[in-house]
Every structure is written in structure tokens, then in C-alpha cells.
Write a protein that binds this ligand. Structure first.
Ligand code: NAD
Length: 259
């Protein structure tokens, strides 16, 4: 699996899964734009992953803001001369029961996951279509397939990404652009660490029970998925050589969900 001379843009790459994907892409020879709404952390990640600085670029970008996405994607294309791979990964989690869910929180979550995926896709297609190739990877979730209590907007958004990927696969085919979704199970990142005490409070159970009886109860082995597991899948999808693998989703979840 070789990504030499490929230019990748990874959103939400200052932390967790996105940062590990940036690391693996660099290890496989790519140049990587580390985009995040938290520019300071994006810079820190770039310094850590690419101390020489020649194969990375940190970009401040709120993926739900059209102007920032357009400017950020243009900046990446100007800097590296192309964009071959987009990983639309930036995401947040807000948990709560539907009957109390604030409309503002609903809109914020959908904006990051769905507006973000649409805006970054549209901006990158501008650079992929003229050269006749590109690979777009959306960070879905087992929640692209399954529902859980307390996660209405997240489950809605993650299901929506599957629809977007299929449309991009169909429209992009004529231009050599593929689109796929990675669907991880629970991964110990700040996004998950934040929701363990929140879910314990909402469900009236211990944090240990949230992990064992909620998050990992349907896995085959009671194990968390790791950032490395997800990043390996991203390399596989990014480097896949043909349109045979497009419009698909890969579930990486220790068997929590089996297709
Ligand atoms: P994380 O909190 O470690 O990282 C998310 C990153 O996204 C952060 O650096 C944050 O600053 C950035 N971000 C948030 N909103 C943004 C915005 N509007 N614009 C730009 N950047 C923004 O979380 P993570 O667990 O690494 O999650 C990454 C992706 O993986 C998300 O889409 C998440 O839904 C998905 N996912 C996570 C898990 C899990 O268990 N951790 C499971 C399945 C899917």
C-alpha cells in the first residue's frame, strides 16, 4: 500500500482518529494537510508527526463554515499543487434524550458532520475532477448502521454520510473519484472519554458499566477498536487502485455490527 506523492487532506486531524490517519498516511509516503478548527493543536500535531515540516501543512478550518472550507482547501491545493485524498473525519458528540434535546445542539452536530462532509467534498472535487482521480473517505461509525439511545443527531448524521458517499461514488465515477465510508466501533479518544461520564449520569449506571454493558457489550471480545485499526483501513481505501471499491462502507468494530 503506497501513497508516495499523494496529497491528502484530513479534517479533525489534531486529535484521535484523524491524527493517527495523518500519521499513517505520512508513513506510507503521502503529504498531509492536518486540518482542524483548533489550529494550535493542528500545528502541534504537524510538528510531532512531521518534524521536518516538508510533508505536512496545518490548516485552521471549521468544516461547518463554507468560507473557511473553501479558503482552507484552496490553501492546501496551492501549497502542495493537488488534492488526491480527502478524509472527512472532523466530528463531535452531544448526548441526551430526544425529548430534552436542544434544537441548537441538534443543528450544531449535524452541521459539523453533514455540512462539513458536503462542504469539504465540494471544495476538493474542484481539484480532483480536472485530473480525473481522487479518493474520498468519510468517517462514519457503527452508528451509520445501528442506533443507540441518547444519540439522535449523531446516528442521523452518520447514516446520512452513507447516502452522501453513494452519491459521490455515482457522480464521481466519470471523473475517477471514489468515495467510501469507514465505520468504527468505540475507540478511546477524547470524543469517547467525554461521553462515558455523561452516559453514566443519563443512564444512572457506573462508568465501568457504560464501557462494559453499553459500549462494548455486542463486540465479539469486549475490546475497543483502536485508532491504528481505523488508520489502517484509511490507508487501504486511500491506496486502492480502481473503481471496484466505491460507494462502500467498511465496519471496523470487533464484530459489534456484522453486515
Ligand atoms: P476527537 O475528539 O479525538 O477528534 C475530533 C477532532 O475534530 C478534534 O481535533 C476537533 O477539534 C475536530 N473538530 C471538531 N469539530 C470540528 C469542526 N467543526 N471543524 C474542524 N474540526 C473539528 O474524536 P475522534 O474520536 O477522533 O473522532 C473523529 C471522527 O471519528 C468523528 O467523525 C467521530 O464521529 C468518528 N468516530 C469516532 C468513534 C470513537 O469511538 N471515537 C467511533 C466511530 C466514529
Amino acid at each position: 500500500m503506497n501513497l508516495t506523492n499523494k496529497i491528502a487532506l484530513v479534517t479533525g486531524a489534531a486529535s484521535g482518529i484523524g491524527m493517527e490517519i495523518a500519521k499513517e498516511f505520512l508513513a506510507h509516503g503521502a503529504c498531509v494537510a492536518i486540518a482542524d478548527r483548533d489550529l494550535d493543536h493542528a500545528r502541534l500535531a504537524a510538528t510531532m508527526l512531521d518534524p521536518g515540516g516538508s510533508r505536512s501543512l496545518s490548516v485552521g478550518m471549521d468544516v461547518s463554515n463554507e468560507d473557511q472550507v473553501e479558503a482552507g482547501v484552496d490553501q492546501v491545493a496551492r501549497h502542495f499543487g493537488a488534492i488526491d485524498i480527502l478524509v472527512s473525519n472532523a466530528g463531535i458528540q452531544i448526548v441526551g434524550p430526544l425529548e430534552e434535546f436542544k434544537f441548537s445542539d441538534w443543528k450544531t452536530l449535524l452541521a459539523v458532520h453533514l455540512d462539513g462532509a458536503f462542504l469539504t467534498t465540494r471544495a476538493c472535487l474542484k481539484y480532483m475532477y480536472p485530473v480525473g482521480s481522487g479518493s474520498i473517505i468519510y468517517m462514519g461509525s457503527v452508528h451509520s448502521k445501528e442506533a443507540s439511545v441518547l444519540k439522535a443527531p449523531y446516528v442521523t448524521a452518520k447514516h446520512g454520510l452513507e447516502g452522501l458517499a453513494k452519491v459521490v461514488a455515482k457522480e464521481g465515477a466519470a471523473h475517477g473519484v471514489r468515495a467510501n465510508v469507514i465505520c468504527p466501533g468505540f475507540v478511546r479518544t477524547p470524543l469517547v472519554d467525554k461521553q462515558i461520564p455523561e452516559q453514566a449520569r443519563e443512564l444512572g449506571i457506573s462508568e465501568d458499566d457504560v464501557i462494559k454493558k453499553v459500549m462494548l457489550k455486542d463486540t465479539v471480545d469486549g475490546e475497543f477498536t483502536t485508532i491504528e485499526d481505523v488508520a489502517r483501513c484509511a490507508v487501504f481505501l486511500a491506496s486502492f487502485p480502481s473503481n471496484a471499491l466505491t460507494g462502500q462502507s467498511i465496519v471496523v468494530s470487533h464484530g459489534w455490527f456484522m453486515q
